[in-house]
Design a binder for this molecule. Sequence first.
Ligand SMILES: Cc1ncc(COP(=O)(O)O)c(C=O)c1O
Length: 466
Amino acid sequence: MLYQDLANRLQGLITDEVYRPGTALPGVRRLSQQHQVSVSTAVNACRELERRGLLEARPRSGYFVRPQTAKRRPPRVRTVSKTPKPVTGQERVLQLIQSANNPDVVNLGTAIPDPDFLPVHTIEKAYRKVWREQRRRCVNYEFPPGAPELRTQIARHLASLQCDVSPEQVLVTNSCQESVSIALKQITRPGDVVVLESPIYYGLLQVVESLGLKALEIPTDPEQGISLGALELALDKWSVAACVMVPNFSNPLGVCLSDERKQALLELLYRYKVPLVEDDIYGELPLSGPRPRPIKSWDTKGLVYYCSSSSKTLAAGLRVGWLVPGNNIERAEYLQFINTVCVNTPAQLAMAHILEKSRYERMMRQSRAEHAVSVARMIERVTQLFPDQTRVSRPTGGFVLWLELPGNIDTKQLIEPALAQGVSFAPGSLFSNSGKFSNCLRLNCAVKWDARVERALANLARLVGG
Ligand SMILES: Cc1ncc(COP(=O)(O)O)c(C=O)c1O
């Protein structure tokens, strides 16, 4: 929708302080001329930004940028492991994950969007259609590399991201996590060293653990992304088999590498001949501005293994992901086959139908706008409720927030008391193999905001000393 595009553009300008807190935005007529849209589009964009909590309307004076709640400093960059180590201590994750399905607990712990953020109706319609029209196919296996129509749709989507990939190069998987696992199985052998950004999504550490690999974590700046200098030193010192990264809106920091840094990273990896396993699961979800390019779009040597899934955009319950292996798709197909035989057939067909027939881009714009509202609200409430010295990330995409708490608090000790008060969160220590980040925690912002969530967050804030 045009007005959402304009709202996103204006949000970017507010974030960059082109329009500073407390100042007036140009009038809607002026905005319509400047951005070459109709006056009603400009009005709707301003209303959207009011809804996102960024503008306030003042009678007869127009729209003003809301004075922001005192900004919190971003979390600090940590120097983590100096030597590669096998991954341990991840078993606690299961307890956290299980609490996500407990209806008595407000789920701030897992990065799963509330169904209100998902196109549930579109998915239901697609399922009904494929069951009605392709019943015999739905009850059968759809063996690797997966349903041809889905692979075609994924290749078309990738083409829109400047990744020139043919349907024959796409493998359908059960999830992004399976894609990463297959990619690493293709590239590595047990005992090999893998470099990762730090902090990093715990699922990626678990894949590294399950394959018997050693993790070497590279410090990551919450606003710039992975330190390329530290990465170069690591590549120089160790024989590294692969690099695993989430360049677009990493989890938990929500940071997106700039195009220049993405290309510099790729050049560095080319120089050391180290394959990149690129997890782009949040790429569709910028909080403002355009969808960023994947690193795969610059890859001319087939060294990037591109992984993603529908878990954050359509529904985690679909269990459909995809992998574009750098090369040797046959090996990837075989690894998928011996992993799980194949991917759920109705889910593959329904997803193909959604990508082909539904207004996917429009659905994504809608989701982005809703996440922008939910992340802004969570930042505002955390700033009000949590201890003064709490540092808060400023994600530019995705829907999670990363907090660094003051003092010697160990957030994993608070899991049980928090669950007893009906709220879950993800303790910081899960996001690293180093034992660091124990005074951090991650919050899921994609919740349906109501009095229950408000109470849950206040309870959590009290537990951490707010
Ligand atoms: C960065 C990242 N990669 C992968 C996954 C797992 O996604 P999937 O359900 O497709 O395996 C998640 C889920 O939170 C994630 O945050």
